[in-house]
Design a protein around this ligand. Sequence first.
Ligand code: GLV
Ligand code: MN
Ligand code: MN
Length: 428
Amino acid sequence: MNAPAMKVPAQQMLDLLEELAVFSAPGPGVSRLLYTPEWLKAQRFLQERMAALGMKVRTDGVGNVYGRITGSQPAAKVILTGSHMDTVLNGGKYDGAYGIAAAVTALHYLRQHFGQPLRTVEAVAFCEEEGSRFPLAYWGSGNVTGLYDGSEADSCADSAGVTIASAMAACGLAGGPEDRGSAAVADSAGRDIPLREDIGAFVELHIEQGIVLEQAGLEIGIVEAIAGQRRYSVKVAGSTNHAGTTPMGLRRDALAGAAELLLAMEQAAAAAGDPLVATCGKLEAVPGTPNVIPGEVEFTLDIRHSEAVALEHFCSRLLAAFEGIAAKRGLTLQFTVNLATSPAPMNTGLNQQLEHIARQQGRSFRSMVSGAGHDAQLFAPVCPTSMIFVPSRAGISHSPEEYSSPDELAAGLNLLTAILYELAYKES
Ligand code: GLV
Ligand code: MN
Ligand code: MN
């Protein structure tokens, strides 16, 4: 297999990245939360750009945007590439957007230089991956791979109480059960957002978001597996009372209790060691005022490991330890599992192809595990799936400081374009 030399115009991708970064709520970095006005404008802008580049564009019932170049073999499965349009609050401009900008640039280049592919290729901007607005993640890829069935839209709300269904309706997408049918085409199982059972391969290009490549001085990471994840909401209930009149021994302080739970979690995670990681990223105390003992606290947990058994074991022991601490303090706990994904191995054959092309392109590379979650993990059980990483400066991500250099980004783009050529243009 000798791929033709690719001189993909990286500037086109870099310009698109800058253009997408403008769609942000005010504040540091990029904030483009699911179904907000800035998210909607970005998805619309992308649709226009894809159409201007000659792609066939469509949006599905949850707001995933696809730009397609139709292949000459209509029965062949689709080659899909892309990433997510949403960001975390005050995130960077590369996480997600890089994979989208590169996908659009690669498809345009391939058509200009090699004409119509044999197999249809699509660039996708998934509507959501981060889980930053609603207490679930991978809403875009999860709806088309079967993690969700769309019914979660009615039960799941953001911190202001807005359900996914009403946020979708405000964006002109399928909203509540009564209007979902008109906005989306049901599949044979009656789902409003049809499963993508037509995908032959999915390749996602992404920044590493860690420091492995930079420390090793390597240009490319080829992902062998993505860590599994559990996300929980934990409600701690105690009693609200007067901060001045309630002696320390008579309190059932939900916030002090939550502090003990979280320190216990930090200790347990440190004892478990790499690659186990455990994080509380959000905590709210009720009523949240200086002279009242908080009677209620709600916090999030995000726990990850690359091995399913170790992840399960840590989580079950942690929740049992939490119950013990709560009982000692007279508090009660309620756990909600918001996300449970298994570690996802990437496709070995695809990875071998990537390594071969990386060698041909003279790139230094290694294979690696991704601690960050990605849309690719949902496609891995559905079709051959792989991911390409490029270095992140100082390993920083989910921050306005996120940065990868134009040369690093261009190296990823060239590798992505070449693998897409192999998958879509070559007789198998
Ligand atoms: C997404 O970036 C995640 O790993 O949470
Ligand atoms: Mn991402
Ligand atoms: Mn992210």
